[in-house]
Design a binder for this molecule. Structure first.
Ligand SMILES: Nc1ncnc2c1ncn2[C@@H]1O[C@H](COP(=O)(O)OP(=O)(O)OP(=O)(O)O)[C@@H](O)[C@H]1O
Ligand SMILES: [Mg+2]
Length: 212
């Protein structure tokens, strides 16, 4: 697990014309579930991308425990060395890769043997009940299965921090009134079994409030 410390983080786009983040200061403690709420365009995804190492802050500093991982436009620790799993807002599965290959993708840069990759993918697939569709391409998966493949891809590298960027929005919409809070089901399982920190965000009156 890891403690995340953001100090005076700002992010601008378009040469300063768009201010996505304005002086963010916060601490996410080890093992904490932390929610970020805000309207569309508030900067939620931008902040998560900076934590994951997919983007850098224009100014400010981000620490993982005592280690400075990025500051003032510079990246000190790349995404592959951060042990962060992220489930993207749109799930972002690679359409030309099977479910197995999508889940294995983060492991391919880690120098693991084929056997170890297979073992890890099969393990997480079993937990999420998608073992039977591992040879399917994303277009051959149901919405819920695609969601679980995206979650599996985030979990397979045994992350210290799991970032969930509204991954259930579409899922909730498709339930059409048969709503239930999947986070309440999934997160306790993750916490008890994998001991993760958790950063997630949601919005809208029909979705559960996040708390830390
Ligand atoms: N690469 C980019 N170039 C220019 N502007 C960007 C870029 N990425 C994000 N923005 C802008 O930064 C602001 C924050 O975007 P972000 O995606 O973080 O919002 P969000 O809170 O995740 O919104 P939503 O709830 O709609 O997903 C928005 O005004 C967006 O248009
Ligand atoms: Mg977003």
């Amino acid at each position: 697990m890891v403690r995340i410390i953001a100090k005076n983080i700002s992010k601008v786009f378009k040469k300063g014309k768009v201010i996505a983040l304005d002086n963010i200061n916060l601490v996410i403690n080890n093992g904490e579930r932390f929610g970020i709420l805000g309207p569309s365009g508030a900067g939620k995804t931008t902040f998560m991308r900076i934590i994951a190492g997919l983007d850098v802050p224009s100014s400010g500093e981000l620490f993982f425990d005592d280690k400075l991982v990025t500051s003032n436009g510079k990246l000190f620790v790349p995404p592959e060395d951060r042990r962060v799993g992220m489930v993207f807002q749109t799930w972002a599965l690679y359409p030309n890769l099977t479910a197995f290959e999508n889940i294995a993708f983060p492991l391919t840069n880690m120098g693991l043997s084929k056997e170890e990759i297979r073992r890890r993918v099969e393990e997480v697939a079993k937990i999420l009940d998608i073992s039977h569709v591992l040879n399917h391409y994303p277009r051959e998966l149901s919405g819920g299965q695609q969601q679980r493949v995206a979650l599996a891809r985030a979990l397979v590298k045994d992350p210290s921090l799991l970032l969930l960027d509204e991954p259930f929005t579409d899922f909730l919409t498709t339930l059409e009134g048969r709503w239930f809070p999947p986070r309440e089901i999934i997160v306790p399982t993750i916490d008890s079994g994998l001991h993760l920190s958790y950063g997630g965000q949601t919005r809208g009156p029909e979705t559960p409030s996040c708390s830390n």
